[in-house]
Write a new protein. Structure first.
Length: 127
């Protein structure tokens, strides 16, 4: 007797499959290294880190203008399959240059998410 298992419709999102967009600000998606959503002092917080590249330097003044964020989750083939859209306020910005470290120059931003603007992004696969 052969046991045949049906494929599971559940495929978990991997933490390294995402794209971040700041609509109106041209920052290539590949520069984003990580993001974090969490609650702090009754505020819903968004943090992101992105590297500075010689071919595409990021202007810190542009980052201070960020007010809308789209985070897209990707399936294993790289197709957008979900995510979040929201607005932020109260931007905090940080970068650091340090000769004692051999790290990439990284920009960090942090902002408070306007909870009423937080929406899931989801499109069902159309056949």
């Amino acid at each position: 007797m052969e046991l045949i298992l049906s494929p599971s419709p559940f495929e978990p999102h991997m933490s390294n499959r995402f794209l971040i967009e700041f609509p109106g600000i041209e920052i290539p998606e590949y520069l984003f290294q990580k993001y974090k959503l969490y609650i702090e002092n009754n505020n819903f917080i968004f943090e992101a880190s992105l590297i500075d590249a010689i071919s595409q330097q990021t202007n810190p003044i542009d980052l201070l203008q960020v007010c809308k964020v789209n985070i897209h989750h990707l399936d294993p083939t790289g197709v957008k399959c979900g995510g979040y859209s929201f607005r932020i306020k109260g931007i905090y910005y940080e970068t650091e240059g340090d000769y004692s470290k051999s790290e990439l120059l990284t920009h960090r931003i942090k902002g408070i998410i306007e909870e009423k603007t937080f929406h899931l992004i989801y499109e069902k696969n159309k056949k």
